[in-house]
Design a binder for this molecule. Structure first.
Ligand code: URA
Length: 434
């Protein structure tokens, strides 16, 4: 294989053969193909695209670059992947809920880079929670408890780790085949037989338009099916933060509140979305009708089974929920913002809220930065709520020192739109791809 000829071929818009793709990725992973040639190919893919078959070959080659797990459990396996959002603590509900319905959930997750923390950052705010299990321990927790959420180790898809670092600095992130190869190779290597994708669009999402999100969702589902997995996707609205808490510890606290007392919030749009994502996992994994899976998920959320699974997972990872409760009570610096006019909350800009949470310390700019577990924003209102002058809109919190709180509060104020009417949305789901 001559790397340059493959780059030439893609630059000219021709489809690459399966062996060409496989050998290129193998050579890159082994360090035989230099970064500049991989970057050139990534740019050619960005500009020329890939067919479905090429994307499947790329995904397969990246998946095979590291260890691939397989599961020999007596219950089916499923995982949910979200393309990421603001206040997106849905995994903390969705995964234990699916596990409570007798579906095993092996979930390799990430630390956040950018405006908000990742699921692992959120879970790590629980004192003692080890989100860096070895793959063997991960497999043991999944088989003992039914669900584990831990950070993907370097043994899984090393090709993606190397390639993503290049894409990040060469303007080649925005390419559907490369995104599919990246997301799907990791999920396929994890070994779950059912994959459900929550592809978000809007102000607080990686995909800014519905159209792009639908294209990605379709490509993820068809790629997963081509690899022999059962798959579905929901394309969902990420213009407004999900739920009330945006941060890390406060998001875990909100998820725990929902698991402990789901009845009053079961129909809230973000909770309804969580139930729907679990239902899709359960329906596909157990091969039962979706309505039956929905009824089962509702039952297991309302009867506390999902809470028990969450607690069992935390304990198996070494986490201590009593210490977590004490952590939440630690003194913090707070600032409240209030409405300056009467009306209805018609918009809460997710990106602006995320920027404020980041400024307070809830996210990290580079991998070595540390997160303030207690930093974040808690919304007092949801879309469609009526407010009058002086009504609380949100609280900003951080630990350490109060510096920056007031200017962050001024920024947060700009995230709210208060109008005479409007706002409430009944469902976050824009499209279903099955
Ligand atoms: N998330 C990933 O894991 N990879 C991408 O390429 C984009 C988003």
């Amino acid at each position: 294989m001559i790397a340059k000829l493959i780059i030439d071929k893609k630059r000219e818009g021709r489809a690459l053969g399966s062996a060409e793709i496989r050998e290129f990725i193998e050579g890159f992973t082994a360090g035989e193909i230099p970064d500049y040639q991989m970057s050139a190919l990534a740019m050619a893919i960005c500009c020329r695209g890939m067919t479905e078959r090429e994307t499947a070959d790329l995904t397969d080659a990246m998946m095979r670059s590291g260890r691939c797990l397989d599961w020999t459990l007596d219950i089916p396996t499923a995982d949910k992947h979200s393309t990421g959002g603001v206040g997106d603590k849905l995994s903390l509900i969705v995964q234990p809920l699916a596990a409570a319905c007798a579906v095993a959930v092996p979930s390799l997750t990430g630390r956040g880079l950018g405006l908000t923390g990742g699921t692992a950052d959120k879970l790590e705010t629980i004192p003692g929670y080890n989100a860096s299990l070895s793959l063997d321990d991960f497999q043991r927790v999944v088989s003992d408890v039914g669900v584990s959420m831990t950070v993907q180790t370097g043994e899984i898809t090393p090709a993606d780790k190397k390639l993503y670092a290049l894409r990040d600095v060469t303007g080649t992130v925005a390419s559907i085949p490369l995104i599919v190869g990246s997301i799907l190779s990791k999920k396929l290597a994890e070994g779950a037989s059912t994959l459900v994708f929550d592809v978000k669009w809007g102000l607080g999402a990686f995909m800014k338009t519905k159209e792009d999100a639908c294209e990605l969702a379709r490509a993820l589902v068809s790629g997963a099916k081509a690899a022999g997995r059962k798959a579905a996707a929901l394309v969902t609205d990420m213009n407004t933060p999900l739920g009330r808490a945006i941060g890390n510890a406060n998001e875990v606290a909100e998820a725990l509140d929902i698991l402990k007392n789901p009845e009053p919030v079961a129909d809230r749009a973000d909770v309804a979305l969580s139930i729907e994502l679990s239902s899709l996992m359960v329906s596909l994994a157990k091969e039962i009708p979706l309505d039956e899976a929905r009824a089962l998920c509702r039952e297991k959320l309302l009867d506390g089974s999902a809470l028990e699974k969450f607690k069992a997972m935390v304990a198996a990872h070494g986490g201590d929920l009593d210490k977590f409760a004490k952590l939440l009570e630690q003194p913090k610096f707070k600032f409240k913002i209030q409405a300056m006019r009467s009306g209805v909350v018609s918009a809460i800009d997710a990106e602006k809220v995320a920027r404020v949470a980041f400024k307070l310390g809830a996210g990290r700019e580079k991998a070595s930065d540390t997160i303030d577990p207690l930093a974040g924003v808690t919304l007092d209102v949801q879309l469609g709520d009526k407010v009058s002058i002086g009504s609380p809109l949100a609280t900003l919190e951080k630990s350490g020192c109060p510096d920056g709180l007031e200017s962050a509060a001024a920024d947060l104020f700009k995230a709210f739109t208060i109008s005479p009417s409007g706002g409430k949305i009944d469902s976050l789901i824009f499209e279903r791809i099955v």
